[in-house]
Design a protein around this ligand. Structure first.
Ligand code: PGA
Length: 250
C-alpha cells in the first residue's frame, strides 16, 4: 500500500481569515491520522501563522518558489532561508505559472533546487507539457527534457519529489487519461533511476492539474503515481479533506 504525498498549492490566495480552513483541516487530520504526507503551500505571508495552526497535526507547510541566493538586493523576492525560518519544510519549484508568466528556465529552476538544499527544504520540482506539445505528440520528449535540465547533481544526496503537471490541465477541469499520466510518470521514473539509482527509484512522482475529490482516488491508484499536487481544491477544508480520505487504501 502506498503512503501518498498530498500537497496543496494555494498560489496567490489566502488572507488571515482563511486560516479557519487550515484549522478545520488540522482538526480532521488529528481525528484521522492521514495515510499521506500532507503539505500546504500558502503565500509567504501566511507561512508562519499556518505552520502554527498546523502544529502537532502531522501536516507541514511549504513555499511556492524561492530565489537562488540567500539574500541581497532583489526587491520582492524571498530566499529559501527565509521560507525555512517562517516554518516551511518544503518548497515548490518551477511551477508552470512561473515558467510561463516569469519565463523561468530549467537552469533557473536547477539553481533554486540548490538553494532549497542549502536551506534544508524538500524541493518539489514541477514539469509538464503545454497543450500544443501534447497535440504535436511531443509531451514525453518535452517533459524528459525539463526533468533532465531542472535537476542538479546535488539531488543524488538529498530527497526531493517531481510533480508532473500538464499545463493544459491546471485549473481547467481537463485531466489526462490514466494511460497518459502513467506514460509520463514512467518516462520520468526511467530518467530518475538512470541518474540517481536507488534514490531515483524511491523518489515520489506526483500528478497535478485539476485534481478534485471526484478523481483523486482514481489518479492515486495509478502505477507510478506517488501523490498529488492540488491547487483550487486545496483552498477549502471540505474538498481537501475529501482528497485526503481518497489517499486511504490506494
Ligand atoms: P489545480 O492547480 O489543481 O487548480 O488545477 C494545480 C497546480 O497548479 O498546482
Amino acid at each position: 500500500m502506498k503512503r501518498p504525498m498530498l500537497v496543496g498549492n494555494w498560489k496567490m490566495n489566502g488572507l488571515g481569515r482563511d486560516l479557519e480552513q487550515i484549522e478545520a483541516m488540522a482538526r480532521a487530520i488529528k481525528q484521522n491520522p492521514p495515510r499521506a504526507s500532507v503539505v500546504i503551500c500558502p503565500p509567504p505571508t501566511l507561512l508562519h501563522r499556518m505552520s502554527e495552526a498546523l502544529n502537532h497535526s502531522a501536516a507541514v507547510v511549504g513555499g511556492q518558489d524561492c530565489h537562488p541566493l540567500p539574500g541581497g538586493s532583489f526587491t520582492g523576492e524571498v530566499s529559501a532561508e527565509m521560507l525555512a525560518e517562517a516554518g516551511a519544510r518544503v518548497v515548490i519549484l518551477g511551477h508552470s505559472e512561473r515558467r510561463q508568466a516569469r519565463g523561468e528556465t530549467n537552469e533557473e529552476v536547477a539553481a533554486k533546487v540548490l538553494a532549497a538544499a542549502r536551506a534544508d527544504l524538500f524541493p518539489i520540482i514541477c514539469v509538464g507539457e503545454a497543450k500544443q506539445d501534447r497535440d504535436a505528440g511531443l509531451a514525453v520528449g518535452m517533459v524528459k527534457m525539463q526533468v533532465a535540465a531542472s535537476l542538479p547533481d546535488i539531488l543524488a544526496e538529498t530527497d526531493f519529489a517531481i510533480a508532473y503537471e500538464p499545463v493544459w490541465a491546471i485549473g481547467t477541469g481537463s485531466v489526462p487519461s490514466g494511460d497518459e499520466i502513467v506514460e509520463i510518470h514512467r518516462a520520468i521514473r526511467s530518467i530518475l533511476v538512470a541518474r540517481f539509482g536507488a534514490r531515483g527509484a524511491a523518489t515520489a512522482i506526483l500528478y497535478g492539474g485539476s485534481v478534485a475529490p471526484a478523481n483523486a482516488r482514481e489518479i492515486l491508484r495509478l502505477p507510478e503515481v506517488d501523490g498529488v499536487l492540488v491547487g483550487g481544491a486545496s483552498l477549502k477544508a471540505e474538498a481537501f479533506v475529501q482528497i485526503l480520505q481518497a489517499c486511504v487504501g490506494v
